[in-house]
Write a protein that binds this ligand. Structure first.
Ligand code: Z5A
Length: 210
């Protein structure tokens, strides 16, 4: 059986990750792909969803080191019990965030050492990586404006100041510049343009793997 593929969407809050994942899922289904698994991080397993509710709770005081380790506890549980088994049977796994979020948020946002984060990744995930990452790049003010217009209140991360998000964006773009498996998409463009770029990038990737 042909191995599956793991396509991840990354970006600031309100950049359109969930919207683009739904678009891609529909696109793949319209081409006859049936086995599609959607994941979100933190989350996606019973253990990881419990960690997620702690991590997003604005009343929780979480130190950066604990935050990082909880992100990886959530991730390794998801990879071992959901993502790897899905890929092994040939599924398309569409991820709403993965490892790059930890580099950007805990590294850029919280100022933790990127080498420490890389070494934790190596220790718990080995060489497991997404096949393709689509980074939806947007100015933090525009992204948070979209989040606020949904009117559901801000979570613990969304209460951070703009500088926090600017640092995250810088790390996202710096990591993308050094990694050909990360494609940057202008997420401030009208939705049809963004989904068009998503379709193009995925198409390129699928052609390249034959
Ligand atoms: N986090 C971390 O710190 N470290 C880690 O390792 C990981 C995560 C994995 C999880 O939140 C939090 O955990 C996150 C980082 C941290 N911080 N926060 N908050 P999440 O991923 O569950 O939530 P999020 O990033 O905040 O997602 P979101 O707010 O749902 O945003 P989105 O999925 O990117 O956007 P959307 O829901 O698709 O779109 C937002 C709105 O904009 C919606 O009304 C759309 O209709 C609209 N939209 C989308 N695209 C467009 C365009 N192009 N034009 C106009 N309007 C648009």
């Amino acid at each position: 059986m042909k191995p599956g593929c793991f396509i991840v969407f990354e970006g600031l809050e309100g950049s359109g990750k969930s919207t683009c994942i739904s678009f891609l899922e529909n696109m793949l289904r319209s081409r006859g792909v049936e086995d599609i698994v959607r994941t979100r991080e933190p989350g996606g397993t019973t253990l990881a969803e419990k960690l997620r509710s702690i991590l997003l709770d604005p009343s929780e005081q979480v130190v950066p080191e604990a935050e990082l380790l909880m992100m990886y506890a959530s991730r390794v549980q998801l990879v071992q019990t959901v993502i790897r088994p899905s890929l092994e049977r040939g599924a398309y796994v569409l991820g709403d965030r993965h490892d790059l979020s930890s580099m950007a948020y805990q590294g850029g946002g919280r100022g933790m050492d990127l080498e420490v984060i890389r070494s934790i990744r190596r220790a718990v995930l080995g060489d497991f990586r997404p096949d393709l990452t689509l980074l939806l790049d947007i100015d933090p003010e525009a992204g948070l404006g979209r989040v606020d217009s949904r009117g559901r209140g801000r979570d613990r991360f969304e209460l951070e100041k703009l500088d926090f998000y600017r640092r995250i964006r810088e790390v996202y773009l710096a990591e993308a510049a050094g990694d050909s498996s990360i494609a940057v998409i202008d997420a401030s463009a009208p939705l049809e343009q963004v989904t068009g770029a998503v379709a193009d990038r995925v198409e390129e990737y699928l052609c390249s793997r034959g």
